[in-house]
Design a protein around this ligand. Structure first.
Ligand code: ADP
Ligand code: MG
Ligand code: MG
Length: 893
């Protein structure tokens, strides 16, 4: 017979799947000998069965009978006993903590007959009636689905008659009238009487908890957090203890230690003479937990002892709920406590120092996402006081600027050199220009998968969304915030994408000390270094010692390369050469495109050669001793030429004036010739190298000459030449032949041996599928996962991110954008295949990844598992990649 009910003594913290997080930890505390009121747990399996069959499993009632009997024996009280009733709470709790499910119902078991008994036992008539009215109210709202307003109104009516607005002024007689009124509300709105049978109360509440698994709020939350929809929730039934029995009673919540300082017993709130939910509801001001030491030294001492026991046992920071009933302490909940990014690092190291965990475990307990948060510039804490409002923290960072209400204003003000914050009710694809121009984006509608949030994250732009207290009037060019505060276009606003806070005016931004640490400006042993810096240093050092993946940077300039190196990059995984063809160098490209003879073409290339050589010398010098992967030109040539429309107009106007410009006319013809419907799939990458004679040769010559010069000067240069967009080994062979010839030629001239690795990007499905062949001509592969994602899915990133992606995320078609985290099932499968077949044909094949996924935590774990040699990412993300590579290495130990 399936077991649907567990006594606390039968469970443990490792049974979350069966007992839910709350139940499993109540069981664990019970078995630790901590004072937990007795109770039992109905399993998630019972819930699943209920949801599948539409009724409780047949065995459930009998098993509840049994455990209820045991509970009654343990308490020496019976449910519904008129003389001394047992009351219980009925609490939901899934394996993962999940808001949106049914709230807890307290005082279940109380009825007309047993109220006097409870009053007598507690020697407090007011308390008994207050407990009863709470039960009817909670039961009515959560089990019978009655709008809370009706109870509120009935309550207010009694208070009005009594001439007071505080429920504390109501006595037992008044509360008894409230109970009568509440019963009337139930009869009127639920079409039935409030159930007097305690067992029926219990069964209906349990069923309501089951059903709440599929409440719309719960479903939305699960979709956002990617929690499977078929797990179900457990239900804990716990004997009531009362914090509202007078001044020597109370209830509180706490963290076992202050996450920032590690001090015990000072991080929590306490409310005397109150029941559990009063603390969260904020009906009265709570006391700092430390003051309990004066109120009730014995309970306080006991609480600290329990905190220490919990920490030793869970080997982590916990949060707890407790209640004191007439001087007796009861534990009602515990779990591993949520913490800020800074606290995660600090606390992990404290636990290492206390000998409770090792450094591997400390490394597992911090995330790349937390490190990234610590690296964003932030608002100066002293200046950022009271926010105007708080929305959702959709994309981190601290941005400040003048408010604009549409994209046109954003673009024009930004063009004039102003910093702006784009404020919209919600954004759509038409807002893209404005978002690009703005420092940050603020919306009043939509959640973390709204258009604004998705696009802003993709651009690495600060975003706060869903700030619903803001009333945005685009036509009037102003917004109205809480308290009627008005903000007009042009007024300054500051938004914190890490906290969701919105501030009036310009809040000063300060650099993160963690970045100063990575920059080498702030050493861990410096006086100015605090506990956080020391913790980051300690954990990063351990991550570096543990990781198997190398970490390189994507850097195009010597300045970027130098910063990447300070951040710990072990080379450059991708140097794009296209920026070397921009700016003043465009005219050389134009000449190259317009060349009609071989001589004209090589003349244009000869002009580019020394410029490129200088670029490479700077880059190789910054990376002396480390490998540098240079990708030959990738984008289509027309990207370096004037815009087709602009040029057409210029030529037409000149012709009208009767002064045609021969060069413009020729250029226009070339632009027309090179114009493509789908540039992403057009003449680019290796195709360009094959079609434009001498182009790749010139780039290779510039690399060779730079290497020769530096090697002669004694530098340790490690060049790797990378051919983009290869789909067939023949393409690579063609270019590799030319490359080798140029290297040999330069080596002869300079009398310096010029070995260089020649490899390719894998960014087309065909390249992955024929990786075995391609590896015969390549020393290395570097997965270009941006293009590989585009070409595998068949959509262009620029076109889709601003259009249908947010809808796909809302619908759950994507859990996360495949441009943010590698699509392991599809794109990832191609990666694994190419790794296996590439290595099979060339065992010493070097394998890396240089798409933006190289700095994404989840993707780094994937690349570790896939067996790559290194990841390469933007310089700023290098520390995150190092940390995650270390975490991947200790993940399965
Ligand atoms: P949540 O998941 O919202 O924290 P809980 O099930 O923990 O819901 O309960 C809500 C409040 O009721 C908490 O403050 C809790 O401490 C209190 N509570 C729950 N069960 C009992 C009980 N048996 N006796 C006294 N207070 C309780
Ligand atoms: Mg709780
Ligand atoms: Mg590419």
């Amino acid at each position: 017979m399936p077991k649907f009910v567990y006594a606390f003594a039968e469970g443990s913290k490792d049974m979350k799947d069966v007992l839910g997080g709350k139940g499993a930890n109540l069981a664990e505390m019970t078995n630790l000998g901590l004072p937990v009121p007795p109770g039992f747990i109905i399993t998630t399996e019972a819930c699943r069965t209920y949801l599948e069959q539409g009724h409780e499993p047949a065995e459930l009632a009998g098993q509840v009978d049994e455990h209820l009997a045991a509970l009654q024996d343990a308490m020496g009280k019976r449910l519904g006993d008129a003389a001394d009733p047992l009351l219980v709470s009925v609490r939901s709790g899934a394996a993962a903590s999940m808001p949106g499910m049914m709230e807890t119902v307290l005082n279940v078991g109380l009825n007309d007959e047993s109220v006097p008994g409870l009053a007598r036992m507690a020697d407090d008539e007011r308390f008994a009636w207050d407990s009863y009215r709470r039960l009817i109210q909670m039961f009515g709202k959560t089990v019978l689905d009655i709008d809370g307003e009706h109870f509120h109104d009935a309550f207010e009516a009694v208070k009005r008659e009594r001439g007071t607005d505080s429920d504390l002024d109501l006595d037992a007689v008044d509360l008894r009238r409230v109970v009568d009124a509440f019963k009337g509300v139930v009869a009127e709105h639920a079409g039935r009487e409030f159930p007097q049978d305690p067992r029926e109360q219990l069964d209906l509440t349990v069923r309501a908890v089951f059903q709440s698994w599929n409440s719309p709020r719960a479903i939305t939350y699960r979709r956002q957090e990617q929690i499977p929809g078929d797990l179900g929730t457990a239900v804990s039934v716990v004997a009531m203890v009362f914090g509202n029995l007078g001044p020597d009673s109370g209830t509180g919540v706490a963290f076992t230690r202050d996450p920032a300082t590690g001090a015990q017993g000072i991080y929590g709130d306490y409310l005397a003479n109150a029941q559990g939910e009063d603390v969260v509801a904020g009906i009265r001001n709570t006391l700092p937990l430390a003051e309990l030491e004066q109120l009730d030294p014995e309970s306080y001492r006991r609480l600290l002892e329990i905190m220490a026991t919990l920490e030793r046992h869970y080997r982590d920071l916990c949060d707890i709920e407790f209640t004191i009933e007439r001087g007796r302490l009861w534990m009602l909940q515990t779990r591993i406590g949520k913490r800020t990014a800074a606290a995660a690092f600090v606390v992990a190291c404290q636990f290492v120092d206390e000998g409770l965990i090792g450094l591997d475990e400390a490394l597992r307990r911090v995330t790349g996402g937390q490190l990234a948060q610590l690296m964003f510039p932030r608002f100066d804490a002293d200046a950022a006081k009271d926010p105007l409002t708080v929305g959702m923290n959709a994309s981190p960072g601290a941005a400040t600027g003048a408010v604009v209400f549409d994209s046109a204003a954003a673009v024009s003000r930004a063009a004039a050199g102003e910093r702006v914050i784009l404020v919209r009710r919600e954004t759509n694809p038409d807002d893209l220009h404005g978002m690009i121009a703005a420092q940050g984006v603020l919306t009043s509608h939509g959640g973390r998968t709204s258009h604004a949030a998705v696009v802003a994250r993709g651009m690495g732009k600060t975003c706060v969304c869903g700030a619903e207290e803001l009333d945005i009037d685009v036509a009037a060019r102003r917004l109205v915030g809480p308290g009627g505060v008005e903000v007009a276009e042009g007024d300054m606003l500051s938004i914190d994408g890490s906290t969701g806070e919105v501030f009036l005016g310009e809040v000063p931004v300060v650099d993160s000390p963690v970045v100063e640490y990575f920059e080498g400006v702030l050493g861990p042993d410096d006086e100015a270094a605090d506990e956080l810096i020391r913790a980051v240093h300690r954990i990063m050092t351990h991550a570096d010692a543990r990781r198997r993946l190398g970490v390189r940077a994507n850097a195009d300039t010597d300045a970027d390369a130098a910063r990447a190196r300070r951040f710990g990059a072990e080379g450059i995984g991708l140097c794009r050469t296209e920026h070397m063809f921009l700016g003043e160098r465009r005219e050389h490209v134009e000449r190259l495109v317009l060349a009609e003879t071989d001589d004209e073409r090589s003349a244009a290339l000869d002009e580019l050669l020394p410029l490129q050589r200088a670029d490479f010398i700077a880059l190789f010098s910054a990376m002396d001793g480390l490998p540098v992967t240079i990708r030959l030109l990738d984008p289509p040539l027309h990207e370096f030429l004037p815009d087709l429309t602009e040029l057409s107009v210029r030529v037409a106007l000149a012709e009208e004036r009767g002064e045609p410009d021969a060069k413009d006319v020729a250029l226009l013809a070339a632009v027309r010739r090179l114009n493509e419907h789908n540039p992403m799939f057009g003449l680019r990458g290796v195709r360009l190298g094959i079609l434009v004679p001498g182009l790749f040769g010139m780039q290779v010559r510039a690399i060779a000459q730079a290497v020769a010069q530096l090697r002669r000067d004694g530098a340790d240069v490690q060049p790797e030449i990378m051919i983009p967009l290869v789909g067939a080994v023949q393409e690579l062979q063609t270019v590799a032949e030319e490359t080798n010839a140029v290297l040999a030629d330069e080596s002869r001239r300079s009398e310096v041996p010029l070995d260089a690795l020649i490899g390719t990007m894998i960014e087309l499905p065909r390249a992955a599928l024929t990786a075995g062949q391609i590896a015969e001509a390549a020393h290395f592969f570097s997965f270009g996962t941006n293009d590989l994602t585009q070409t595998t899915w068949g959509f262009s990133r620029d076109d889709v991110e601003g259009s249908f992606f947010s809808r796909y995320l809302e619908r759950g078609i994507f859990g996360i954008s495949p441009f943010e985290t590698i699509d392991a099932d599809g794109v990832g499968r191609l990666v694994r295949l190419a790794v296996d077949e590439g290595r099979a044909s060339r065992p010493d094949l070097k394998l890396g990844i240089c798409g933006e996924h190289g700095g994404d935590p989840a993707s780094v774990h994937f690349f570790h598992d896939a067996g790559l040699d290194y990841v390469s990412c933007s310089p700023f993300r290098v520390p995150v990649a190092r940390l995650e590579a270390g975490r991947a290495a200790v993940a399965d130990v």
